[in-house]
Design a protein around this ligand. Structure first.
Ligand code: ATP
Ligand code: MG
Length: 427
């Protein structure tokens, strides 16, 4: 008798074979002389029927939702069973009998988030987490294919990357440190040794705003490389994102379908992505009644309105320098414009920010001073411009925003197993 996973039974090659499976009771219903169990394991759910003639009939009646068990039986084709197959059970062995499971049908989002440690067992969360894992694999595959080196930057840092307002401070022995908002500055160090580098690491933002796209801890996919410009940067990102869309559609089709995801959205993404400047974006927003003036940052509503026009990922570039961070490079002949680019997608708005980094020591130091930052905090960063400076570019994509868009999730919270927001940090 073969010990198999549920997906192997559903694949259809085990008809009339004796199998054993291990898992948990997902649903249970009792009919006349028969108990219907829906058993789940990490790979799927399968209907299992136990008749009152079975030696383990009493055990089947005793089983509660989420009890763990192993069972043996014969695989039968059955049109009425979800997935087209069921197991006609011969023996059951109860591993852990569950107490009354607190999650039943039609519970509020709020409650499901409170019992996240249990809700993660649901079919829906199982599928999302598996696709998340696949997407991470596609990302690594893509970077490796371009000969990037994966690096591991620190999370404890001593100076801000993205401005003080979203910085988490912490006690580090008798010093004050921060949790990193981005690994970019460390990637910039590493390009001088490894040239093309990337990382997939947490970033932390003390975001007070409660939106469908902000977490306080998220996973940041960041890439950085030398001898390149804005065009290279946009081309690289569109290839990455379109590749992720295609690979996801291709490899996770069945799961996407089960989640009710619009797969054509993924297969119809066209490259090159549309590209508009910040100024053109404002012009497009004007007839839609925006209150933005040149120099204001785009808000979530503006980004969403723009994204509706394009209906797929696109770029907005050449932002006002004044709203960008100290490390952004400006055009030499137009210092008021930063070589900065965001990728936007429908419904979510921004999913990535990238740009050219200031590579001139004097200009960089001047910006650090003008922005009221402490030069001492960035001594090593300035050093990079002192010893063999090179034009270089990089970007950061929020993994959870990408997943939220790909999977049509209503809220970013469901794209990560243990979301951290202003109010959620338990479990
Ligand atoms: P926003 O303006 O939407 O708050 P940002 O411009 O401050 O984002 P960046 O510093 O550009 O964010 O970070 C790069 C990417 O990281 C963003 O494009 C986004 O995908 C992701 N990101 C930033 N902040 C968060 C957050 N709080 N939660 C989840 N993802 C985030
Ligand atoms: Mg940004």
């Amino acid at each position: 008798m073969a010990l198999v996973h549920v997906c192997e039974v559903l694949d259809g090659n085990l008809e009339d074979k004796n199998v054993a499976i291990r898992g948990w009771v997902y649903r249970k219903r009792e009919g006349k002389g028969v108990v219907f169990l829906v058993v789940r394991d990490s790979t799927g759910v399968i209907q299992c029927t136990v008749k009152n003639s079975s030696p383990d009939w009493e055990k089947a009646r005793l089983l509660t939702i989420e009890s763990s068990l192993s069972l043996k039986g014969v695989v039968k084709r059955d049109k009425r069973a979800p997935g087209g197959f069921e197991i006609s059970v011969e023996r059951i062995s109860i591993i852990g009998l569950a107490e009354v499971f607190p999650i039943s049908k039609d519970q509020s989002e709020q409650f499901l988030r409170d019992v996240r440690h249990l809700w993660l067992r649901s079919r829906r969360m199982n599928l999302i987490m598996k696709i998340r894992s696949d997407i991470l694999e596609f990302i690594r595959e893509f970077f490796a294919g371009k000969n990037f080196v994966e690096v591991s930057p620190p999370m404890f840092i001593s100076a801000a990357v993205e401005g003080g307002s979203t910085l988490f401070g912490l006690k580090y022995f008798d010093q004050n440190l921060y949790l990193t908002q981005s690994s970019q500055l460390y990637l910039e160090i590493l390009i001088y040794s490894l040239e093309k580098v990337y990382c997939i690491a947490p970033s932390f933002r003390a975001e007070k705003s409660r939106t469908i796209r902000h977490l306080t801890e998220y996973w940041h996919i960041e890439g950085e490389w030398p001898f390149s410009d804005m065009n290279d940067l946009m081309a690289f990102q569109e290839e990455l994102v379109s590749q992720i869309c295609l690979r996801t559609a291709e490899k996770c089709g069945r799961q996407l379908e089960e989640l009710g995801v619009n797969i054509s959205k993924l297969t119809s993404v066209e490259t090159p992505f549309p590209r508009i400047t910040y100024t053109e974006a404002l012009q497009k927003l004007q007839p839609l009644g925006t209150k933005l003036n040149w120099g204001d940052d785009l808000g979530y509503e503006d980004e969403k309105s723009l994204a509706e026009i394009f209906g797929q990922p696109f770029f907005v570039y050449d932002y006002p320098a004044a709203i960008k961070a100290f490390y952004c490079k400006n055009y030499r002949d137009r210092p008021e414009i930063a070589m900065s680019v965001d990728m936007l997608v429908p419904r979510i708005g921004e999913i990535s920010t990238g740009g050219a980094r200031e590579d001139d020591k004097e200009i960089l130091v001047d910006r650090i001073r003008k922005m009221g930052l402490d030069e001492k905090d960035y001594d090593w960063y300035v050093d990079l411009r002192r010893y063999g400076t090179v034009p270089h570019v990089g970007f950061g994509i929020g993994l959870e925003r990408l997943i939220t868009w790909i999977l049509d999730l209503e809220n970013i919270i469901d794209s990560i197993p243990f979301p951290r927001t202003t109010r959620r940090f338990h479990p």
